[in-house]
Design a protein around this ligand. Structure first.
Ligand SMILES: Nc1nc2c(c(=O)[nH]1)N[C@H]1C(S)=C(S)[C@@H](COP(=O)(O)O)O[C@H]1N2
Ligand SMILES: [Mo]
Length: 397
């Protein structure tokens, strides 16, 4: 059966660079990066604490990853999520080069030769499909670009599970070929039949130069991204990070975008405190409770992080005030009229940590409206998305 014109024909592919050696090198560098991204992605799912309140966007009845996410060290989520986003972006050139090095295989003809071959093709389709989906949606999300109509968190989570399963199968089946490529000198430059270009063009660079080019691309992405997590002078060159710079520190969603007006947080604002009964507290009453100050990071799931000095009332003092000194959960509700982050639930370890605050001030001054005036949640090691701004209600259970 003659393949149709186009990429299914061997003559379509002209580069003489494709070889088992090139694919093996690219794959061996890519693999640790992908493992870091996969592991930190699963950790991020755990850090959301999907079993609490309405945190979970995916059903969690049988979720082995549901754990009580710790509040110490305070930089834990900043570290894991910075790795997830930064490594995920930096390995894109490797991923593309690896895909390019074997791309004629994607168009192999006939597409399916039998049941076994069909299964292998299906695995490959899931691997490439989920990889492209995960990287595209993750990068779009980190760029605050949502050109789709599905829920990002749920889709990225399920996509990740498919990717990990397909990757495990892929690595298991390719290990022998990789080992051979490393061990046998004579095979080092061997080109498998299905990757050999029958009508090759003159190469414009060597395989080694291609590797350097990919490395330079990864390095450029690292320099223009990592600053949003590492901070310092690197923050100034984090050109690809949408919230890398800013006058004071990044704002996820401004009050205007969240439709929170100064009138909503004016003199009439009261905190509804629910536990063993209900109470309403004015801002003056909150400010009259013991105040504590800690330097704590906000670590956004989109990769940026910033550490500031927050001052406010301990969550555990508020739990006691609500009559539930050993509360197991706290659901914080915002007065923000709409949006996915209006409410978040934190667990017992987080309520008990002395650094967990309902913050009223940042860096010595009242919270700016964009950062959640008059009160917001700040909990060490909690994903930024759960540090609810413009808090209106605290429900202890
Ligand atoms: N009510 C409300 N709280 C919110 C958000 C929001 O959109 N609405 N965004 C969350 C996210 S995703 C992050 S990363 C942090 C960012 O806090 P900042 O804008 O003060 O830097 O606030 C969190 N709290
Ligand atoms: Mo965020």
């Amino acid at each position: 059966m003659r393949p149709p014109p186009g990429p299914a024909r061997a003559t379509f592919w002209r580069s003489p660079l494709r070889s088992t050696w090139l694919t093996t090198i690219l794959g061996s560098i890519l693999l640790p990066g992908v493992l870091v991204v996969a592991a930190t992605g699963l950790l991020s799912h755990a850090a959301y604490q999907p079993h609490l309140g309405r945190n979970g966007l995916v059903p969690t009845d049988v979720d082995p990853l549901v754990i009580g996410w710790p509040a110490s060290p305070s930089w834990l989520y900043a570290l894991t999520q910075s790795l997830h986003v930064t490594v995920g972006i930096v390995i894109v050139p490797l991923l593309l080069a690896k895909l390019w090095s074997v791309i004629p295989r994607l168009f192999a003809w006939p597409p399916v030769k039998g049941p076994g071959h069909g299964l292998e093709r299906l695995g490959l389709l899931l691997l490439v499909g989920s990889a492209v989906f995960q990287f595209a949606t993750g990068i779009a999300n980190a760029q605050l670009y949502y050109p789709w109509h599905f829920d990002f968190v749920a889709a990225h989570y399920y996509g990740g599970l498919i990717f990990i399963a397909a990757l495990v199968l892929h690595v298991a089946t390719k290990l022998p070929a990789m080992r051979r490529a490393y061990r046998t000198r004579s095979q080092v430059l061997a080109v498998p039949e299905d990757l050999r270009a029958p009508e090759p063009e003159e190469p414009t660079l060597s395989r080694r130069e291609l590797l350097w080019l990919v490395g330079a691309g990864a390095g450029a992405l690292a320099v223009t991204t990592a600053g949003q997590s590492i901070g310092g002078p690197l923050r100034e060159v984090a050109l690809l990070a949408p919230r890398g710079t800013g006058e004071s520190f990044p704002v996820n969603k401004t009050a205007r975008v969240a439709r929170v007006t100064p009138a909503m947080v004016g003199a009439g604002w009261r905190l509804l405190l629910v536990g063993d009964g209900e109470a309403e507290l004015t801002l003056e009453e909150l400010a009259g409770m013991p105040q504590h100050t800690y330097a704590l990071p906000i670590a956004c799931v989109e990769g940026w992080t910033t550490t500031q000095r927050w001052t406010g009332v301990r969550l555990r003092d508020l739990a006691r005030r609500a009559g539930l000194a050993d509360a197991a959960a706290l659901q914080a509700g915002s007065l923000q009229p709409r949006g996915a982050f209006r409410q978040a639930t934190v667990g017992p370890g987080q309520i008990a940590d002395p650094r967990s605050l309902l913050a009223l001030r940042v860096n010595g001054a009242p919270l700016p409206l964009d950062h959640g005036y008059p009160a917001r949640i700040i909990v060490p090691a909690l994903p930024g998305v759960h540090c609810t701004k413009w808090v209106k209600e605290l429900h202890f259970t």
